[in-house]
Design a binder for this molecule. Structure first.
Ligand code: GLU
Length: 290
């Protein structure tokens, strides 16, 4: 049975782009007799808010989308992230990094930037130096990890078969200084633990799947299929954002708009307010800051 999920971070109100993503994840599951899960990615205590969680549940219900099982809270599984971190450390694949953003920027300015999907990659400053693990972040030694797994493949059901190229990210942070994990580690572990077989999300996270595939191989996790969907974009082609005037779903709901009718429009590709769907290759990867 297929199992999809919608995994919002409760650090703001949902907008039409989220509604579009939720409708896709929900409908893919329903069309194939599968299950649809709701996971709240709330490990960032400084940015997550309970009132946003309440809004997310109310928005999805208003849209007519029902999820299966309890709402999953990412923050309930912190030991999962720590255990995986310990395992990767024991494999010699993580190293502590004490660099500040300013130090990283200075090293890049000095030695030149290598561009990855999320911007210039980490220049490797701490890879070969003694760093106290106290208060440090932990980075994945990507070259060692890739040497260990060999070539990996994964499949996006829209874009087709892919050869994993996680090297393009450089040594990503897996355990953040300030949080129990990073997005890459937490999302990969949770998708596995929750039995997600079809990872649906926006194409701005397409490149991230190369890293997630590597983590699955390193941690002996099952490998799902991915479905990266296009994004809703403004008439000028830029990714939809609330700050550019797209109203929150909560505001539409409060204004008495018909939620199921809106979901139906999104399904049918009849997009309100001059919005468009990005073409599959049109949006630069790394639109998000991880
Ligand atoms: N929590 C992530 C976000 O809101 C989504 C992650 C995912 O779908 O993998 O950007």
């Amino acid at each position: 049975m297929i199992r999809t999920r919608f995994a919002p971070s409760p650090n703001g109100q949902l907008h039409l782009g989220h509604a579009y993503a939720a409708v896709i994840a929900h409908d893919l599951a329903r069309a194939r007799g599968g299950a649809f899960q709701l996971r709240i990615e709330d490990i960032d205590g400084a940015r997550s808010r309970e009132d946003f969680v309440d809004d997310i549940l109310a928005d999805l219900t208003w849209l007519g989308l029902s999820w299966d099982g309890p709402v999953i809270r990412q923050s309930a599984h912190l030991t999962r992230f720590a255990e995986a971190g310990e395992r990767l450390k024991a494999m010699g694949l993580l190293y502590p990094c004490a660099c500040t953003r300013a130090e990283i920027a200075a090293a890049i300015a000095e030695h030149g930037a290598v561009l990855g999907p999320d911007g210039p990659i980490y220049p490797g400053t701490c890879r070969h130096r003694e760093v106290s693990p106290e208060g440090a972040a932990w980075r994945l030694d990507i070259a060692r990890a890739v040497a260990l797994t060999g070539q990996l493949e994964w499949t996006d059901e829209v874009a087709g078969p892919q050869i994993a190229t996680p090297q393009m990210f450089g040594d990503v942070v897996l355990l953040r200084k300030d949080l129990p994990a990073s997005y890459h580690l937490a999302a990969t572990l949770d998708d596995a633990a929750d039995g997600i077989t079809l990872v649906t999300r926006g194409m701005d996270l397409f490149a991230a799947s190369h890293i997630h595939r590597l983590l699955q191989a390193l941690l002996d996790l099952p490998v799902p299929v991915w479905h990266h969907h296009p994004l809703l974009v403004e008439p000028d082609g830029r990714k939809l954002a609330k700050r550019r005037g797209s109203p929150a779903l909560a505001d539409r709901r409060a204004a008495g708009e018909d939620g199921p009718a809106l979901a139906e429009m999104l399904r049918a590709g009849r997009l309100p307010e001059g919005l468009a769907v990005s073409d599959y290759s049109g949006v630069p990867v790394g639109a998000r800051n991880r």
